[in-house]
Design a protein around this ligand. Structure first.
Ligand SMILES: [Zn+2]
Length: 98
């Protein structure tokens, strides 16, 4: 799990760097548009009972596409009985080059 997250993080950094370079190359011609993606993430619930342990992976996943499932396989909380986790949404705006 950890390793997969590290790899995903590395890929994100590389993609980010590439898009930053592309930005410089394409900016003059303006050959890009903005694409908005709805993202979601889990805000860990207050786990007095020590429940929400299984939610750690979902919280650690951070922002994911709103269409995707969390690591537990669920689309959103509750992930188990008495889960007090909540979901938060935001829109990500990214340049897409044509
Ligand atoms: Zn939970």
């Amino acid at each position: 799990m950890r390793r997969r997250q590290l790899v995903a993080e590395a890929i994100r950094i590389v993609e980010h760097a590439l898009s930053a370079m592309g930005l410089r190359l394409d900016e003059k011609t303006g050959e890009y548009y903005y694409e908005e993606t709805l993202l979601k993430r889990v805000l860990e619930g207050s786990s007095q009972s020590g429940s929400c342990e299984t939610c750690d992976d979902n919280v650690d996943a951070g922002w994911i596409d709103s269409e995707d499932s969390y690591p537990s396989g669920d689309d959103g909380p509750p992930f188990h009985p008495n889960c007090t986790c909540e979901e938060e949404y935001k829109t990500s705006r990214e340049r897409v080059y044509v």
